[in-house]
Design a protein around this ligand. Structure first.
Ligand code: HEM
Length: 379
């Protein structure tokens, strides 16, 4: 387990960067009401840019991390292995989509610096969504092949989690601190928190449905939830999510109604916020900041899950079965490359999580003899 820590940290960093990009965009597009967009655009766009820097860095770090994880070599040898990973493995092929999407995202970011360019924000969101899909296509969901139901379920889960966790993060660092100075009328402020609450509720519904589907798929029943390391990590994640849900419910059913009650009557709509309103807002802002912290911890727990062995897949590896490429693609979890000299690899085998050499034995050159042999993750 300790040797997996750097890779877990890399996954967590990548997930958080992605969530920050998607959350900042979702905040600008769906949470900030029309009358407040001008006031927050610059700050939100700057946050989107910083998150995009993090996502660009995490994309490179992810490739290096996966290369080290697969080759079991030190950083000194990464120059040798990295081109091979990009050229020869399914992970590398899918990863190559990232630089393209990052270029699209950066172009959209530069175009969208002015508030009127709404389409740029949607373009950037689309690029981020494709990057999200590359995560699903190279994680556990891809173990049964590409474009399968588990991949789409995971993709929706990741997008909705990013909207919720990333959206609250954007509210905490970019919107709430600016609110007192923003000179918004109280109804616009009310609309802001009502929209925040609704977007969070829709995202949560999607997260729960897809989370339960994925959990059932990977656990294979209720028992392993309590009797496997994977299940225990999931329980920790569920506890964190439960706390975040409780805080979200308090926001929706306590703080937002308080703000609504403090909103002036319709004949006095342009009245500035009064003291009760300010207090309710600062309570809400604090609660949202704490909720963001718990969701951040849930994202880390998700990264731990990604590096664990799902019990339903473990079933395929016990009973002395050795992981070999001749097995149905994606059934087993590999931490190293398959040496396809032993078992001729069908070119179609490309879906195994960590990557498999895509050439048959006859196509192998002497250089390929250096590939480490396949190795099962310890159960
Ligand atoms: C009912 C609640 C939830 C359940 C049952 C659940 C379950 C799962 C499962 C089983 C996975 C798959 C892990 C794997 O590939 O081995 C997963 C992934 C993930 N979950 Fe959740 N989850 C829930 C809520 C959340 C929440 C609230 C968040 C956001 C903070 C979240 C964020 C993620 C992320 C980021 C991934 C990784 C997706 C990827 O990179 O492909 N989940 N979740």
């Amino acid at each position: 387990m300790p040797s997996h820590l750097p890779y877990i940290a890399i996954s967590a960093f990548d997930i958080m960067a992605l969530a920050a990009v998607i959350g900042a965009l979702a905040t600008g597009l769906w949470i900030i009401p029309e009358g407040a967009r001008e006031s927050f655009h610059r700050r939100l766009w700057r946050l989107t840019g910083l998150s995009l820097v993090a996502l660009t860095v995490s994309s490179v770090v992810l490739l290096v991390g996966r290369t080290l994880e697969m080759s079991r070599q030190s950083l000194r040898h990464v120059g040798h292995w990295l081109p091979l990973v990009v050229r020869e493995t399914s992970f590398g092929h899918i990863w190559m989509v990232r630089p393209v999407m990052l270029i699209v995202a950066w172009a959209a970011w530069f175009i969208g610096r002015r508030p009127a360019r709404h389409r740029a924000a949607y373009g950037l969101l689309l690029a981020a969504a494709v990057i999200a899909f590359t995560r699903s296509a190279t994680g556990h969901p891809a173990d049964q092949g590409q474009w399968t139901a588990p991949e789409w379920v995971d993709f929706v889960h990741l997008m909705a989690a990013s909207v919720w966790a990333g959206g609250l993060f954007a509210m905490t660092v970019a919107i709430f601190p600016l609110l007192p100075k923003a000179q918004l009328s109280t109804p616009v402020r009310l609309a802001l928190v009502e929209r925040l609450s609704s977007v969070a509720a829709i995202a949560l519904a999607a997260i729960l449905v897809t989370g339960v589907l994925s959990a059932y798929h990977y656990l294979g029943g209720l028992g392993p939830l309590f009797h496997s390391a994977y299940g225990h990590t999931l329980l920790v994640k569920l506890a964190l999510v439960a706390i975040a849900i409780a805080l979200g419910a308090a926001n929706r059913f306590v703080f937002v109604p308080r703000i609504r009650a403090a909103t002036p009557a319709p004949h006095n709509l342009s009245a500035p916020a009064h003291e009760a309103d300010e207090r309710a807002f600062s309570h809400l802002a604090r609660s949202v900041a704490i909720e963001t912290g718990f969701l951040g911890a849930a994202l880390v727990a998700a990264a731990v899950l990604l590096h664990g062995m799902p019990p339903s897949e473990m079933a395929h590896t016990i009973g002395g079965t050795m992981a070999r490429a001749s097995q149905p693609a994606g059934r087993l979890e590999f931490t190293r490359f398959e040496d396809s000299r032993d078992a001729p690899v069908a070119p179609a085998i490309s879906t195994i999580r960590y990557g498999v050499l895509r050439r048959s034995a006859s196509q192998l050159s002497d250089r390929d003899a250096h590939w480490p042999r396949v190795d099962q993750r310890s159960l």
